[in-house]
Design a protein around this ligand. Structure first.
Ligand SMILES: [Zn+2]
Length: 172
């Protein structure tokens, strides 16, 4: 219930001057990354207590890394700087609504809030349509463009059992 309350409060909040400044930084990064030939027009910064602690711009084509989206780059940078795998109390400012991969990464990183500028629809108009990934999620495995097949589950399960038995592990 508390979470729901916080959410509606967040949605009804007006944009603050500080939020405007941080989003402008993310948008500037998206332009700069594109101009420097790093990759697509996407930028992201991560803020904690009013301080920028991580930034990234899309670097897919320049690093031959399909996962090098702006949000993933910024999360890696922020986590490295914080020396932590969680982005507790952090705000993410991204120049575009995150794709499904980045959305997953954001949930794993657990920031407090996400601000985005361009929407998914804006991205689709610019040639970055991720709708096909959402469509794939609804399909049974055998109908997906990339087929998924489960094999050797019994062998792999042993490692999970070992994990459950393991002492002194870092939970995340
Ligand atoms: Zn992404």
């Amino acid at each position: 219930m508390i979470v729901l309350h916080k959410k509606s409060e967040f949605n009804s909040q007006k944009m603050t001057e500080q939020q405007k400044i941080f989003m402008k930084m993310a948008i500037e990064l998206s332009q700069k990354g594109m101009d420097l030939g790093k990759g697509g027009p996407f930028g992201c910064i991560i803020v904690r207590n009013g301080e920028v602690i991580g930034k990234g711009s899309n670097s897919v084509s320049s690093t031959n890394d399909p996962t090098a989206h702006a949000e993933v780059m910024a999360i890696r940078d922020a986590c490295k700087n914080l020396n932590n795998f969680q982005l507790e109390d952090c705000d993410i400012y991204t120049s575009c609504e995150p794709c499904p991969m980045c959305l997953g990464a954001i949930y794993w990183a657990r920031p407090a809030r996400v601000f985005y500028a361009n929407s998914k629809k804006d991205a689709a108009k610019a040639g970055f349509d991720d709708q096909f990934i959402y469509d794939e999620l609804d399909l049974p495995y055998h109908q997906r463009k990339i087929p998924f097949k489960q094999i050797l589950a019994d062998e792999a399960k042993i490692v999970f059992e070992n994990w459950l038995k393991k002492e002194n592990k870092t939970l995340y």
